[in-house]
Ligand binder design. Sequence first.
Ligand code: MN
Ligand code: MN
Length: 292
Amino acid sequence: MSPHIEAGEVVHKALKYAMDIIHPGMPVIELCQRVEERIIAQGARPAFPVNVGINEVAAHYTATRGDKLVIPNNAVVKIDAGAHKDGYIVDAAVTVSLGTNAYDGIVKAAREALRAAYESLRPGVKAWQIGEVIESRIKSFGYRPIYNLTGHRIEQYNLHAGDVVPNYGDRTASQALRPGDVYAIEPFATNGKGYVKDLNKITIYRLIRTKLKGKQEYLDNIYRVARTLPFSPRWFPEIPEEFFAEAASRGALYGYEVLVEEAGGVVAQFEDTFVIEEDGARPLANTLELAQ
Ligand code: MN
Ligand code: MN
């Protein structure tokens, strides 16, 4: 089996496990750690820290060291997990709603948008056309896509390889899909404005320079574990907390801001990673088969 297909099975099982164990009152740090451990136990590496986005938090939140945040009741929770084998990355996400059916529509809108996008994948299709399919499917349920979040092409050890797949018909995403391309596609649906903004809080970093005077040992540790893929400070208990912000300000690390819906709207997300094939596409994590 190819490493990419193996990584897809790892992510499928990790997301299924997350859906089984998540419950109101569960510490978010426990959810993140247990899902990351499940990825490692299957012989893969996390491609990034498990992201847990509650209600209006759209992306880039992972538990901090000693995090006190707990999964609430009557909430929508997005679980976004990634694994890689030898750098072949699979990035996928599901949304669950807990203790209420008030959000069933918004969850369904995001899921059906991913399904419609999948069905439209084939060589020659332009990325903006996928975005148009996503937008119209989400709107058919009465919600908005998040206009300033996108899917992305993936390369070995490179989670965001330049080309994007927008969540609306953005003509600037003009590239055509080619056989062998790998794309993560991630529709986000919201009852808010349809835009995310920075929360001015960083929980995830990525190494962007391999040299840092006086702190080389820390950077070497990070490179050994995460290469240039996103990581959580939780993974490096030996590194003092102040290091991360300092290294970011010195240009050695990139910090991902937590992203929240501008109007405080609830956000749902589904994501899978697809390999473009001659007659369509192959979903690697089979996210659409993970029913709540
Ligand atoms: Mn993702
Ligand atoms: Mn992604």
